[in-house]
Design a protein. Structure first.
Length: 121
């Protein structure tokens, strides 16, 4: 379905995914990363964005599972943050939304069950 593969997303995860995709700059980031792994400074240059602004966009995309960041050491020993595109396939249908709401109910019931067990003698 989405960045989580075959897993069912909760409504919170679905909204995070849609929010991550709902910004032109983040779509440009995905476009750049579709060409291969890129160091943050290089990505900022390509997109004409400041690094702090780019990091904000990268954080949203990474939280949604659309990109993956990793640290590498350069030849001179400096830490470099490299990002790559994660495989994802987004299909938004009424069933996707309903499945997310069902997943929420499963999680809510599990919390209630755990709380009941905790307070029961």
């Amino acid at each position: 379905m989405a960045a989580k593969g075959a897993c069912v997303l909760t409504s919170e995860e679905l909204l995070a995914l849609l929010a991550a995709l709902g910004h032109a700059q983040r779509l440009r980031v995905i476009e750049e990363l579709s060409q291969g792994d890129v160091h943050v400074s290089e990505l900022a240059r390509r997109l004409g964005l400041s690094r702090p602004l780019l990091y904000m966009h990268l954080e949203r995309l990474e939280k949604a599972g659309l990109i993956i960041g990793r640290l590498e050491l350069s030849a001179d020993g400096k830490a470099m943050k490299i990002f790559r595109l994660a495989p994802f396939d987004v299909h938004l249908t009424p069933e996707t939304v309903l499945a997310a709401l069902r997943e929420d109910r499963v999680h809510e019931q599990a919390v209630v069950d755990d709380e009941t067990k905790r307070i029961s003698p």
